[in-house]
Design a protein around this ligand. Sequence first.
Ligand SMILES: [Zn+2]
Ligand SMILES: [Zn+2]
Length: 307
Amino acid sequence: MAEKNLIELSLLENGLDFIIRGIDELYELYDDIEYQPYINPVSQPQKDYKYGVLHLFSGFLLLLKERLSHHMPELIFQGKMEEVKRKLKTNKELNTVTLDEALERLEIGPQVTFSASDLNVIRKIQTFRNRFEHYKFLVNKLELNKIIIDFIELIDRFLIKELKIDITSTSFYINPEIRAKVLSIESVYKRMIDKRKHELITIGERKLKKFQRNRENILQQLEKQAYIAYIDEGGIDDITMMCPMCCEDTLIIYGEFAGICSNEECNNYSLLKTCDRCGQVTTGYEWEEKWCDNCHNEIQRMADRDD
Ligand SMILES: [Zn+2]
Ligand SMILES: [Zn+2]
């Protein structure tokens, strides 16, 4: 029994350590006496991204093993259960499971499953990790930044839901060291989100300037493109939606200038995402769950009816 606890603690602690180290590699934290530490983009992203992603991935795999070991400690080792048990008795070296084996065993044993979009994030991180490990490659920083944020958010949810580590909860005891580690992951996550917001706003400002310089041409092109897409693909939905600022049907949701309001008096830029309920384009941050107005109203009507 004592041995079992030892394994569990080291899996969880090691997992958190790897994740924190990964974040350290990705983001430089500047401690300021007066202000909260803040993140600056690293000067050599290639190198830091590499070690950052390698560590995040290893940390996550350890957390998956931690969850498996809650169900049955032997599950973290490769091979048939009988064999594993026999080898453990004779103190033989055993390999632990790979990501795919861990995911499969989590599903069969404790019935832990990930949503399709979570699996997509996990697979993308795995792909980046494999590439980083085996060869040099050019990385799309924007795409990788987004996936890393999604991945850390996923890790955060996994800690709460599957490992029952909710640092905001006071209802049960959490080892203070673990609490501190999780807290530092969460605070970094929040700061990463802020940084990502800045990035997106800068991209928006650039897009808007480009649009304003060539407004008429771009609008004409857009209509042409939409028409071609309409003929070729048998119909695309509207190329605009209602702008949340001016309330005109002028917010472009198609093509390179998606997010820009074409109303000359408005000049709004909105971030776009797909509604988490129906898949329609709506405004909002990509990492936040949000429903479109239609879905929102529909749910409201249903709730009103139930009252
Ligand atoms: Zn507008
Ligand atoms: Zn919707």
